[in-house]
Design a protein around this ligand. Structure first.
Ligand SMILES: Cc1cc2nc3c(=O)[nH]c(=O)nc-3n(C[C@H](O)[C@H](O)[C@H](O)COP(=O)(O)O)c2cc1C
Length: 145
């Protein structure tokens, strides 16, 4: 069985000393109880396209993929079917950065829209309103602040 991690479970496992390959601070941002908006940028014929999700909506899989619940993301899906590169801005005002409180990352990754299977079903349990799950395989995560 595949286990996915909500922000709360992620926090518990991190407190127990479990190791993830994703940048530790990025995981801190994703699991912080104070929520924040994430921007997801794709490219289309007409230029960049921006959508959002919430930090608390992201589920991290044990193999370090990010799962995002999708009710909309229609144009995003269309863009990704042509150019499969997404760029995300993920930040927290509460986590310590290079210059005191406040940090954030530019995350790049490749993607897949999942519409069935275990990851889809486990996300559907949490977010009954989804039509799909945007799965992001992180290729880089750069701390910007
Ligand atoms: C703060 C915030 C969080 C959002 N979270 C989600 C989300 O988790 N899933 C989703 O499908 N749309 C979410 N939306 C709406 C999307 O940003 C987007 O506008 C919508 O899905 C249409 O996407 P499209 O232009 O790619 O078709 C959110 C919007 C905001 C402002």
């Amino acid at each position: 069985m595949r286990i996915t991690l909500s922000a709360n479970k992620l926090l518990t496992l991190k407190q127990k000393g479990c190791i993830f390959m994703l940048n530790e601070k990025l995981l801190d941002v994703l699991s912080h109880p104070a929520d924040g908006a994430i921007s997801i940028v794709t490219s289309g014929d007409d230029g960049p396209h921006v959508v959002n999700t919430w930090n608390s909506y992201i589920t991290v899989t044990p193999d370090d993929k990010l799962l995002v619940p999708a009710s909309g993301f229609v144009k995003t899906e269309r863009n990704l079917s042509t150019l499969n590169d997404a760029t995300l801005s993920i930040a927290s005002r509460e986590i310590e950065g290079y210059k005191g409180k406040g940090t954030g990352f530019i995350v790049k990754g490749t993607t897949r829209f999942i519409k069935s299977g275990e990851d889809f079903e486990s996300m559907k349990e949490k977010f009954s309103w989804i039509r799909a799950v945007l799965e992001i395989t992180v290729t880089s995560a750069k701390q910007m602040l």
